[in-house]
Design a protein around this ligand. Structure first.
Ligand code: PMP
Length: 406
């Protein structure tokens, strides 16, 4: 009998779709295509020497630990290093708040597993991070979207959404993926206050916080929430779950990230993770600790900032130089992406066919909108390509705009 797989899958698989971005990346693998599609770091500045030396030291001195199973919460010296770094940067938290995950993407999935019942509403920005939608769709949630402007979520729209009692609010206040927009301090305070007022938890996703190229650092929501509660030098026990990752400050290939969570949430996330992968790669955790323990990552982040700052500027200048009237874009103060808006009525997904003929690619904006819309938008990444390639790619893209936009 021919097995009938299609009738066997769980109902939730109906909600799972392959990421448009991942499909697109396949199309852009042709070497002649300049892709602004993915969200990849610049490989030429991976700290290969430091990683290599750390691996050698680990195999020589700590192989019994590094090649063994580890605790689900993560390698304690690494957790402590991250707790100390958070505290140094203004969020006083302790090792018990910190959990290591196999990428932030796993953390997002674990949050879905721990918090989302079928039919729950999740409050999100629109557009928002596609990977979060992908992770949570499988838990059969619905989305409430909040209107935003260039300073972040609009408080009235947020309050309206909170009144509908979502399970949690998902926000990316620093250099958002996909738009590059950051929340102002006032808007951050408002999100923290309103979420507290309505008793709705916040998930703050912050992979890019350290990658600021201009302006002053602004406190995270987690920090503001902790300050509001007067929790200095204590276990953080507030209303926010914070996510960050080594993907953009060390390397995404090691799949290493962390969560800072209030104790009760931390223990549930840990239980959920036990069922997923027992523990995050022990070897990689020791490696990240060895690389980071004497402050190397602070130095390395300065290198990353310098390189991406230049690339961002090159992309902004090239857009200015080549783009026809009616096309606009964001001016991100950090991160990896900027967001282009075409005149109303144009469809960036359709336009992608023309762009690929010119050997240039981007991510159409529609897929970042959980309830639809944004068809005339697109995300451009500026971290991966070198300045010369960025210039050439934007010139090609602008040619597509000039020829095909209406
Ligand atoms: N959240 C956001 C906002 C991201 O941009 C990314 C990476 N593209 C992730 C989470 C996932 O990161 P990681 O590589 O740690 O899984």
């Amino acid at each position: 009998m021919q097995p009938d797989w299609s009738s066997k899958f769980a109902d939730r698989t109906q909600r799972m779709k392959g990421s448009a971005i991942r499909e697109l990346l396949k199309l852009t693998e042709r070497p002649e295509v300049i892709s602004f599609g993915g969200g990849m770091p610049a490989p030429e500045i991976f700290p290969v020497k430091e990683v290599g030396e750390a691996c050698e030291r680990i195999l020589k001195n700590y192989s019994e630990k590094a090649l063994q199973y580890g605790t689900t919460e993560g390698y304690n010296p690494l957790r402590q290093m991250l707790a100390d770094d958070a505290t140094k940067n203004g969020l006083s938290c302790q090792i018990d708040n910190v959990l290591i995950t196999s990428g932030s993407q796993q953390a997002l999935d674990l949050l879905g597993k721990v918090f989302i019942n079928p039919g729950d509403n999740i409050l999100v920005e629109s557009p928002t991070y596609l990977g979060a939608l992908q992770a949570w769709n499988a838990y059969e949630c619905n989305y409430i979207t909040v209107k935003s402007d260039k300073f972040g979520m609009l408080p009235d729209s947020l309050e309206e959404g909170l009144k509908k009692k979502p399970k949690f609010v998902y926000v990316l206040p620093n250099f958002q993926n996909p738009t590059g927009i950051s929340f102002s301090l006032e808007r951050r305070k408002k999100v923290v206050e309103l979420a507290d007022k309505y008793g709705i938890p916040i998930v703050e996703d912050d992979p890019y916080g350290k990658l600021r190229y201009e302006g002053e650092d602004i406190p995270t929501l987690t920090q503001l929430d902790s300050e509001m509660r007067g929790q200095k030098n204590a276990l953080y026990d507030g209303n926010v779950i914070y996510l960050s990752t080594f993907s953009k400050i060390l390397a995404p290939g090691i799949r290493l990230a962390w969560v800072i969570a209030p104790p009760l949430a931390a223990s549930r996330i840990t239980q959920a993770k036990q069922g997923v992968d027992l523990n995050t790669s022990t070897f990689n955790q020791l490696m990240a600790y060895e690389v980071g323990k004497d402050g190397f990552l602070d130095t390395h982040v300065k290198v990353i900032r310098k390189v991406y700052h230049e690339r961002r500027d090159v992309m902004l200048d090239a857009l200015e130089e080549h783009c026809p009237k009616g096309v606009s874009w964001t001016h991100p103060e950090g991160g990896l992406f900027l967001w282009v808006t075409l005149p109303e009525g144009n469809d960036s997904a359709e336009l992608m066919k023309e762009a690929l003929k010119e050997n240039v690619a981007y991510v159409p904006g529609g897929s970042f909108h959980p309830l639809g819309g944004g068809d005339n938008t697109m995300r451009l990444n500026f971290s991966f390509s070198n300045p010369q390639t960025i210039n050439e790619g934007i010139a090609r893209l602008a040619k597509v705009f000039r020829t095909h936009l209406h």
